[in-house]
Design a binder for this molecule. Structure first.
Ligand SMILES: C[S@@+](CC[C@H](N)C(=O)[O-])C[C@H]1O[C@@H](n2cnc3c(N)ncnc32)[C@H](O)[C@@H]1O
Length: 415
């Protein structure tokens, strides 16, 4: 089978059937040689990453959008013609041949006509309106751009969109229970210190992560900004900690490493299969102070003793608008209504947890989203409902600050 047909099949599974791009590619490209894999991956990720831009290039050339299978074929063919600089005849010929296998060749003349138009015209002029242009060029939905512009201002909005189209270096966290950072850097020269964040390491450009060292629990993969949440929680050895939305356990394990594996951490998650991920993590890293629990944290107040914990981390389920870099399949599917239900869940989890913190204890609420309704406003309304809580610190990390994901964190204490 040709690489282009395989790329089209992958895109159908991702866009039409809603499957995750990394899982589809891993499954479909197994047993293929490196050259074929590279071409298919580039077509699939390039088309997804530029889904609005490629659609913009041809949508004005048709009266009505064709069926999804054909629209996806046109998207990926336009991506190859304009942005991969593939030989035009090969792209056109294969697209037309492929279209003959879809719905009895009904759409072949359309595919041929549209691609010839694009081939002749090359790129279509972009809209004059700067915000419409930004949405198309960076392939973000217009509603999200309007929301960021209103909430964070024009410069921040532009910077977030531009960041999402780049590739940031892979950040890791050394397991201080097993090795010091200096010893790790000496042993694995593929890593270097983050230029702005102490205790965050980055894989050097083009370097492969060391699989054996990972399996041996010497380090974990964790986004640079995400590594700042546990220091805000400031866990101490011998603390009783509740990590209420813990899977896959990245921060649970970071907390345990900070506590030198002393004290106790209760790590909860709603889904059994995700609780297993926490257990795999603690085993790989050699951690013993964590016990896991599968539960609905909106009822956390009925599951634990009142005022049982010194510190609570609510790393809440959220819309994830801070983590859209390289997640074009999510960008393509998300809707503004998605946030409504999640805001209520965040509120209910916070309310339930409020009863479980000891006096003068610390509660950290964090999300990986850039949306004030889930962040600042969530905390403001919590403080109105719970007068015995006080805000100590609140911070939004924008992606361009550390060339990493966007995060929000708020530290509260109880009187
Ligand atoms: C942002 S993720 C947590 C990431 C995690 N803290 C880490 O660092 O690896 C949010 C988690 O909340 C879980 N979750 C969603 N709703 C929940 C609920 N009602 N009760 C418990 N966990 C829930 C999700 O399954 C997801 O694993």
């Amino acid at each position: 089978m040709s690489e282009r047909k395989k790329a089209w099949e992958c895109l159908i599974q991702i866009i039409k059937d809603g499957r995750y791009s990394n899982l589809v590619l891993r499954h479909e490209l197994d047993n293929m040689n490196m050259g074929n894999k590279a071409l298919i991956t580039q077509i699939v990720y390039g088309t997804l990453q530029n889904y609005r831009l490629v659609r913009y290039q041809w949508e004005a050339d048709v009266k009505h959008l064709p069926i999804e299978e054909i629209a996806i074929l046109l998207d990926m063919s336009v991506y190859q013609l304009l942005y991969m600089k593939q030989a035009d005849y090969a792209v056109l010929d294969e697209a037309v041949q492929l279209s003959k296998q879809i719905k009895g060749a009904k759409f072949s003349p359309l595919v041929n006509a549209v691609l010839r138009k694009v081939q002749k015209r090359r790129e279509r002029p972009l809209p004059e309106d700067a915000w419409k242009r930004l949405g198309i060029v960076t392939s973000h939905p217009d509603w999200l751009i309007s929301m960021w512009k209103a909430q964070y201002g024009e410069a921040a909005c532009r910077a977030i969109c531009e960041h999402d189209q780049k590739t940031s270096p892979q950040a890791v966290r050394v397991n201080r229970l097993k090795i010091t950072e200096d010893a790790f850097l000496k042993q694995f020269p593929n890593f270097e210190k983050h230029p702005k964040l102490t205790q965050v390491l980055l894989a050097k450009k083009g370097a492969m992560l060391d699989r054996e060292a990972f399996e041996a629990g010497l380090y974990s993969i964790q986004n640079a900004s995400s590594q700042l949440i546990v220091p805000l929680l400031d866990p101490q050895p011998r603390d009783h900690i509740l990590d209420i939305c813990a899977a896959p356990g990245t921060k649970t394990c970071q907390i345990a490493e900070w506590m030198r594996d002393q004290g106790s951490i209760t790590a909860c998650d709603l889904h059994e299969h995700r609780v297993k991920l926490i257990e795999e993590g603690i085993q790989r890293l050699g951690i013993t102070c964590v016990k896991t629990k599968c539960c609905d944290s909106t009822h956390a107040d009925t599951l634990f003793e009142k005022a049982e914990f010194d510190r609570i981390l609510v790393d809440a389920p959220c819309t994830g608008y801070g983590t859209l870099q390289g997640k074009s399949d999510i960008r393509l599917r998300m809707k503004s209504e998605d946030m409504d239900e999640i805001i209520t869940i965040q509120k209910n989890i916070l309310d339930a947890c409020s009863k479980l913190l000891k006096e003068r204890g610390t509660l950290v609420y964090s999300t990986c989203t850039l949306n004030k309704k889930e962040n600042e406003k969530q905390i403001e309304s919590f403080l109105k409902r719970h007068e015995h809580y006080e805000l100590i610190e609140m911070r939004t990390i924008f992606p361009d600050e550390y060339d990493s994901d966007g995060f929000f964190m708020a530290k509260l204490t109880k009187h």
